[in-house]
Design a protein around this ligand. Structure first.
Ligand code: GLU
Length: 472
């Protein structure tokens, strides 16, 4: 038997990280078993579904590399098929027309609530045989009245629900449109799903869906309900907790492999291993190892994983991504320094590509003034001589590359019998205006000769002005 799994999002917003994790689990299981993964867009809710959301799903899936083997199928293309199945259920006596108005149904529910009963449809039309021509009826599924629905959830274990708990569900609204529980069943059967892996917010629908499947004479697939992702405060993860849209993570400078790695660990584990390549995930993943308990999204940990991936990346792979981030920040990357060199310089210094870009702004725009504290500490009289010596050595340097640049700093320290820091820190402040920067040889190289000479001169003048001010 070929394993078939699916991801079936409703296109009513961005692709949420929770959805992405469900998609990842379904995709991994299909990959692992050499099965197939289907993408289905559940767009029957015309009011809430949008084309942008469909695109956001495609973009997110593509960015994460979760390719589907079949689809995308759109439920709105399949209405005739749903109507056929509804007719089939009517014909075989497993569904009936319901003429009750919304107000009537609501009034019954109100009463039930007042009587401390579970609100449910009272079955008024279940045995009705006459036809009311004046009312457009809905269609309800005739849920079995006795017995129970038992299924072995691959995450939660055996679940059983008494049919008495389940009322007769609307499968077609009075305007003729099919409802979620009907469309999902028809699709899962037609698309020959063997394993339905989805969020446990759907667990209450499962017994109803199983009953419809059984009425259609189908073999019931396996179900695996994955716990929700929570925010750090224990509430269900939402925008309130920060970024929840997959594409936001691209904008924020995350690598897709890092997000996948974080998501797979959120709710699944393999010993205490933290870093998994996609290949390892495929080898090691199993539904039975999905945690039963909900897990909380931890941005710090995601950042840490992203940093591990940035450090381990081939620098060439990060060039385009960093260039995009720099462009976002307004840098003219075409006419700027070599980005590969920036990546190599910054790779160990940033948790995200966005942070890397922010830390690289100095290579694109000169600073306006010295940071006060840095200047006060480092641009003192004692720094004048080493700065002037380096200025003249740099002026004469025929080869503006990292090694000779580094040598100038060493030679200056040696010639003046100074500790390296006494030479390097003033130079750093001179070049960048601050006391923190990447390695000096790389900074000199990336800033280019003209700017470096200009800024060292600027620092020496600053020191002289300071001395004059102190004397007067
Ligand atoms: N379309 C449903 C949702 O986005 C998922 C349905 C399912 O996985 O069965 O919540």
């Amino acid at each position: 038997m070929t394993i078939r799994t699916r991801f079936a999002p409703s296109p009513t917003g961005y692709l949420h990280v929770g959805g992405a994790r469900t998609a990842l689990f379904s995709w991994l299981y299909a990959q692992k078993t050499k099965g197939q993964f289907v993408l289905r867009i559940e767009d029957t809710d015309a009011e809430r579904s949008t084309e942008e959301s469909v695109q956001a799903i495609f973009d997110g899936m593509q960015w994460l590399g979760l390719a589907h083997d079949e689809g995308p199928f759109f439920q709105t293309d399949r209405f005739p098929r749903y109507l056929d199945v509804i007719q089939q259920l009517l014909d075989q006596g497993d569904a009936y027309y319901c003429y009750c108005s919304t107000e009537e149904v609501e009034a019954v529910r109100e009463q039930q609530r007042a009587d401390k009963q579970k609100p449910r449809y009272n079955g008024k039309c279940r045995h009705r045989t006459d036809v009311d021509e004046t009312v457009k009826p809905a269609v309800r599924f005739k849920n079995p009245e006795q017995g129970e629905v038992v299924f072995n959830d691959l995450v939660r274990g055996e679940i059983s629900i008494s049919n008495e708990e389940l009322d007769d569900l609307i499968i077609a609204r009075s305007d003729g449109t099919p409802t979620y529980n009907l469309t999902v069943v028809v699709d899962d059967l037609d698309m020959k799903m063997t394993h339905i892996i989805r969020g446990d917010d759907h667990i209450n629908n499962t017994p109803r869906q199983i009953n419809i499947m059984k009425a259609l004479g189908a073999q019931v697939p396996h179900f695996a309900h994955v716990p929700m992702i929570l925010g750090e405060d224990g509430a269900r993860l939402s925008k309130r907790h920060g970024a929840v849209s997959v594409m936001q993570y691209l904008d924020d400078g995350y690598l897709p492999e890092a997000l996948l790695n974080y998501l797979v660990r959120l709710g699944w584990s393999h010993g205490d291993q933290e870093i998994f390549s996609v290949g390892q995930m495929i080898d090691l993943f199993d539904i039975k190892d999905i945690n039963r308990a909900a897990s909380a999204f931890n941005t710090e940990k995601l950042l840490w994983i992203n940093q591990q991936y940035i450090m381990a990346s081939e620098p060439e792979k990060l060039v385009k991504l960093l260039a995009n981030q720099l462009t976002e920040l307004g840098c003219d990357v075409e006419n700027g320094p070599d980005i590969l060199e920036i990546v190599k310089t910054q790779q160990e210094r940033a948790k995200t590509l966005k942070e890397m870009a922010e830390k690289s702004l100095l290579f694109y725009t000169d600073y306006e003034e010295f940071e006060e504290k840095a200047a006060k500490k480092n641009l003192k009289f004692a720094a004048l001589e080493p700065l002037e010596m380096m200025l003249s050595k740099f002026e004469q340097l025929p080869d503006w590359s990292k090694e000779p640049l580094h040598q100038v700093i060493l030679d200056t320290a040696e010639a003046l019998d100074l500790k390296l820091g006494k030479v390097a820190q003033p130079l750093r402040v001179a070049l960048t205006g601050t006391a923190v920067s990447p390695a000096l040889d790389a900074t000199l190289f990336l800033l280019g000769k003209d700017l470096c000479l200009k800024n060292i001169l600027r620092a020496t003048e600053y020191i002289k002005e300071r001395i004059v001010a102190q004397q007067s």
